[in-house]
Design a protein around this ligand. Sequence first.
Ligand code: UDP
Length: 323
Amino acid sequence: MKIFLTGGAGYIGSVCTEQLLNEGHEVAIFDNLSEGHRRAIDPRAQFFEGDLAHRDQIETALASCRSDAVMHFAANALVGESMQNPSKYFRNNISNGLNLLDAMIAAGVRRIVFSSTCAIFGPPDRMPIDETASPRPISPYGESKLAFEKILRWYDEIYGVKFVCLRYFNASGATEKFGEDHRPETHLIPAVLKVALGEKPNLEIYGTDYETPDGTCIRDYIHIVDLARAHILALGATASGFYNLGTGGGSSVREVIAACRKITGRNIDTIEKPRRPGDPARLIASSEKIKSELGWQPQFQSLDAIIESAWKWHEKFPRGYAE
Ligand code: UDP
């Protein structure tokens, strides 16, 4: 298939591009390089430098591509930043996404796989979180992704756009070539590994008074190769749908730090800080639906395996994608 992929210079988009190409698909990337990196673009992919905020740019690129499906990764994705700057999140994640959908209609592309998030749920009533849980986002980031999921339902009903929304829990890990390099880095695993590399003096732990066994937040860390696999399976889905994607297990911030100390063999200093606004205490996925409907199975079940792959990438590219 030919896939038109927004955000292919970013962390998850770059790995998904790599896996699609490895499986013999063609990929055209559309990215404005605001968050992503030119060096994260797989050289085998076609590349359009453009911005979803400019409808003409996305329309022209899509019209020239004759793609079978769109994968939409391009977005802002930081809970904390969205609490400071909600407008950026509503504009980029909703309005710009609408430009993409309208360009798809104009180009006759009727299939999309959308990068959604567990942040649409907010504090859950029960754990693990399955697809019947009520979405009650507690950040503009989660709200913006939920809004786009709702818009997709209407584009399916009115225009017949088939969609699969994949609600990622905590994407992590790396392949040999592609890994996580955000500027600034706010995600836990790469932030801890930067301390191990000596690039940061210490790791700030955001909140030690949560109602969890060790007082720190628990998240479900899922390897990006497993996420990429889910996207490829989603291309074959016969009906539109929403799927939660995690491993079904959770690790606390302190457990992640301990695993990083063990795997890197380095000292990792920490300091305790107040809670970060917008962070629920525990988020763990049930992925039974995607397993039974699309045949998805995660290969990376352990936190250690995920961190080992990330550490290999960080050791090989200590400055990330910087020249
Ligand atoms: N976290 C932390 N220190 C950091 C980065 C993250 O304590 O430097 C915590 C954060 O508060 C959350 C968890 O680690 O409880 C995972 O955060 P991340 O930003 O990686 O992912 P999120 O769950 O926000 O998508």
